[in-house]
Design a protein around this ligand. Structure first.
Ligand code: AHR
Length: 523
């Protein structure tokens, strides 16, 4: 009998009353305390024209034998819909700065070479109208990135008119002729992508000049999205690469000196869990040293957010401009035998832990971080879903997204805790990470991550000013940190029920090694 089963067999009350032991992690929570709102947009995703992220993963075409609606995979839509994904960033990525939207609308599509990603031929059968059809199917919102690197401002402005103008204009009539009379809504507009790198290697000053013109001329004409309304489109400028402060400084300084002609409503940050470039760590069969190293690299996200928030605070102490981490995740070696440049990798329990740690970090920075997009949605990098022809599987990262659904638009509840340490190969990582929040209905939740791959932990939550009667939720763990879901064994890593032992002001949870748990604390 495992220790977990033994513990489950003892009376809940006795366990809740048990004195604290050396391995216990104590968390103090004041029921009256409330922090900032955790924006649901931190659960955004990213779908680039890259490998089989779109073609094969989302789009199979109407003539495919794979079940689809208007060319879009039914199984993938159904799985993604469950995640209530708040926005999808599209069409890239590096791809966006070489994308010419006219190739992908109307009856005469032009095929192009995807030079960033393996020189694959892009048939452009999936374009603007198919993207909006897709996000409509999964009830999500659009995060469109315009081509700042190699396109003209006029081309971007014309795309905006095609997407958002009504049918009194020719652009709106063009869209209507392609089957969509109503203007589309755009929640976020990315003004370029990594223009310090693949987007044209621009100096911060050059980018800022170009960005201001896009912020001015890439207009949203949709009458349902007035610029001063609650659902106004948010323009997101390119921000830092890792810890380089130059874009953050230049863009925020320009923003502080803005006039009525332009503004931005977001600054992007990209950071991947990659110990060294080029990304070469394996996604399967890695050892514990590698596990700890990837987690240590992930936890640097917190330092980066502090660093760039501090720069932003100089120009924007009111925190008007959100930081949007619109690319994050584990970037690993490509699967052996997969086409070069398709960024296909497996997804392990370790990657699920990376996702949970990142969500907790974003939530702790909720006053500044009000958006994030995992890279990427299907078949690329740290994906939610892997497909192989007609087959589809849900990754451990998918399950974390589902478990964290109550965190969307929740209110952070400050807690105090000491999670101890997990030591490996000269690295010292937190043993346990924890976060508390109240969902939009007022229910209290606790999320817990045990980074230690071998030691389970007894978590003791001590409540002041509130009492709870039940603590129940889901836990995600598996045989090993490198365990994966495969097409042959798709449920190796899948959530199961977990209960805490409750005694009014004290809740005890036995947290398995290498696990993520999310529990509702019921009155
Ligand atoms: O997500 C893959 C690539 O990573 C994106 O295209 C680019 O923006 C980043 O470098």
């Amino acid at each position: 009998m495992t220790r977990l089963t033994v513990l489950a067999a003892v009376s809940s009350l006795a366990f809740a009353h048990a004195p604290l032991a050396a391995q216990d992690v104590r968390i103090a929570l004041d029921g009256d305390a409330a922090g900032p709102q955790i924006d649901r947009h931190i659960f955004g995703q990213f779908a680039e024209h890259l490998g089989t992220g779109i073609y094969g993963g989302v789009w199979v075409g109407e003539d495919s034998e794979i079940p689809n609606v208007r060319g879009i995979r039914t199984d993938v839509v159904q799985a993604l819909k469950t995640l209530k994904i708040p926005n999808v960033r599209y069409p890239g990525g590096c791809f966006a700065d070489e994308y010419h939207w006219r190739d992908g609308v109307g009856p005469n599509r032009r095929s192009t070479v995807n030079a960033n990603w393996g020189n694959a031929i892009d048939p452009n059968t999936f374009g603007t109208d198919e993207f909006f059809d897709f996000i409509g199917m999964i009830d999500s919102e659009a995060y469109i990135s315009v081509n700042v690197g190699s396109g003209t401002i006029q081309e971007a402005a014309d795309w905006m008119a095609y997407m958002t103008a009504d049918t009194r204009s020719s652009a709106g009539q063009d869209r209507a002729a392609n089957g969509h009379a109503e203007p589309y809504e755009i929640a976020f507009l990315g003004l370029g992508n990594e223009n310090w790198g693949c987007g044209g290697h621009m100096t911060p000053e050059h980018y800022v000049d170009l960005m201001k013109r896009h912020a001015r001329f890439d207009r949203n004409y949709n009458p349902a999205q007035p610029a001063d309304g609650d659902n106004a489109m948010k323009r997101v400028a390119v921000g830092p690469s890792g810890d380089d402060p130059s874009y953050t400084e230049a863009v925020m300084k320009a923003w502080a000196g803005r006039d009525w002609t332009w503004s931005i409503e977001g600054l992007s940050l990209h950071y991947y869990s990659v110990p060294e470039w080029p990304a070469s760590r394996p996604s399967v069969d890695f050892d514990e040293d590698d596990y700890a190293l990837i987690l240590q690299t992930t936890l640097k996200m917190d330092d980066l957010l502090k660093q760039h928030s501090a720069i932003m605070d100089k120009y924007d102490p009111e925190k008007t401009v959100p930081l949007i981490v619109d690319e994050w995740g584990v970037w690993l070696a490509e699967n052996p035998g997969s086409p070069a440049g398709f960024l296909q990798q497996q997804n392990s329990l370790r990657d699920a832990i990376v996702a949970a740690l990142n969500f907790n970090i974003f939530a702790r920075h909720a006053d500044r971080v009000r958006g994030a997009n995992i890279a990427q949605m299907v078949n690329v990098l740290q994906a939610m879903i892997l497909t192989d022809g007609a087959r589809m599987l849900l990754t451990p990262t998918y399950h974390v997204h589902e478990m964290y659904l109550p965190m969307q638009d929740a209110t952070l509840v400050p807690i105090e805790f000491d999670g101890g340490w997990y030591h490996r190969n000269g690295m010292a990582l937190p043993g346990v990470d924890a976060l508390a929040f109240r969902d939009t209905a007022g229910k209290l939740w606790l999320s817990l991550v045990n980074l230690d791959p071998s030691e389970e932990k007894d978590i003791v939550l001590e409540l002041s000013d509130i009492r709870v009667s039940r603590a129940e939720g889901q836990v995600l763990t598996g045989p090993n940190v490198n365990s994966i879901n495969s097409f042959e064994a798709p449920d190796t890593i899948s959530p199961r029920a977990i209960r805490g032992a409750v005694n009014g002001a004290r809740v005890r949870v036995n947290l398995p090694a290498k696990s993520i748990a999310v529990l509702a604390l019921e009155d």
